[in-house]
Design a protein. Structure first.
Length: 386
């Protein structure tokens, strides 16, 4: 579409400015983006080994022309994040425009789909009870968007593509699609394996339910087996070698109901669940007879449940113990729940029109979008992403 030739580059530039503003706003010591740019420079100089989820850091070096310059690596990082987020918006917009049909007006449908896709970049948790307890909007919630963690932002579109391609295998199997799933598995593992933890837990189960032990199951499971080999290599490089700066080893342990900095108290978690996912939950409750028959609903719901269980039962020890690395899959899976629910609601509007139920659900969605806009402004003004 001709509009994309103008709109997408403009959005890319705006997102680049937004990420540069976030990077500048967050103080040192709390700034994941600045820290990740430093990781890239350390890998370039050889003071940090090229190990683990190395791909993003080397892309930062490539797009900063291997200068090792602080400013260039930070600009490179923000350009990569703007590119990844622009693609996420483009991916969302294509899906949205395929289901809306306002008076068969192509121009109106396009701009409406762009606006809704943009809204998905801001939709956020209702911070109850976290804000009343500690004035936190992010900490203590299941947020569908973050603005401060480079690697989760960069892996986001690749996680969505992996979710999409695997869902397609469950609805209309194609042996050639396994090649794309394998490539996306590679990218997910070596950029940030957070979503892969969920994928490897949910997708094989759904494959088994759908195809039993037919050839489709065994072919479909092969990319997962190879992905586990990738994950094993990454695990070895991170946890079976000493940290070059602390000279200590980290490890992964089974530790039920471990409290991390992201959920320092566990008792608010059920309340946070309700208010963080208020729109998807309300949609599911008001349309339960329909969603319970939807394979897409169960895929996204099971993914979210598994993402929370990973957080609750798996932890790290050693220098990485306070990093909260087993939280990030929640962000991606929460976003998917919002996206799936919004797409379902748009289809309802197309089929049913502006009923009270549909208007109520859309209003609820935009309340959470407005909270996300407030969160972003607050982050840029105060530098506080908590």
């Amino acid at each position: 579409m001709k509009q994309n030739k103008i709109i997408l580059p403009s959005i890319f530039l705006l997102l680049f400015v937004a990420y540069m503003a976030v990077l500048a706003a967050i103080p040192n010591g709390y700034n994941d983006m600045r820290e990740h740019a430093a990781f890239a420079r350390e890998m370039l100089s050889g003071s940090r080994p090229t190990a683990g989820n190395f791909m993003f850091y080397w892309l930062v070096n490539i797009f900063s022309f291997f200068t090792g310059n602080i400013r260039f690596t930070e600009i490179s990082l923000c350009l990569l994040l703007a590119g990844a987020t622009t693609y996420r918006l483009h991916w969302s917009q294509k899906k949205i425009v395929s289901v809306i049909d306002v008076k068969k007006n192509e121009q109106l449908n396009y701009w409406l789909s762009i606006g809704l896709a943009l809204s998905l970049l801001f939709v956020f948790a209702i911070p109850v009870p976290s804000y009343s307890l500690d004035e936190f909007m992010y900490i203590g919630n299941y947020v569908p968007n973050v603005w401060h963690n480079s690697t989760v932002l960069f892996v986001f579109p690749f996680a969505l593509l992996l979710f999409e391609q695997s869902y397609r295998q469950l609805t209309q199997y194609d042996a050639q699609r396994n090649n794309w799933i394998l490539l996306l598995t590679f990218l997910n593992v070596f950029i940030k394996p957070s979503y892969f933890f969920v994928f490897v837990s949910v997708y094989p189960l759904l494959l088994l339910i759908k195809y039993r032990f037919k050839k489709e199951f065994w072919q479909g499971i092969l990319p997962i087996v190879i992905g586990l080999v990738f994950l094993g290599l990454e695990f070895w490089s991170i946890y079976l070698t000493k940290d070059p700066f602390s000279n200590e080893k980290s490890s992964v342990i089974f530790q039920p109901f471990y409290t991390s900095p992201l959920f320092p108290d566990l008792w608010p978690m059920p309340y946070a669940f309700v208010f963080s996912l208020f729109f998807p939950l309300l949609y599911a409750v008001l349309n339960f007879n329909k969603v319970r028959k939807s394979q897409l609903f169960w895929f996204s719901t099971l993914s979210f449940i598994v993402s929370v269980f990973i957080y609750l039962f798996i932890a790290e020890t050693g220098p990485r113990a306070t990093h909260g690395n087993f939280y990030w899959q929640i962000v991606i899976c929460t976003w998917i729940c919002f996206f799936v629910s919004l797409m379902a609601l748009l289809k309802d509007f197309k089929q049913q029109g502006t009923t009270f139920k549909n208007n109520l659900l859309l209003s609820t969605y935009f309340i959470q979008v407005l909270i996300g806009v407030v969160y972003f402004v607050r982050l840029c003004v105060t530098g506080n992403y908590y």
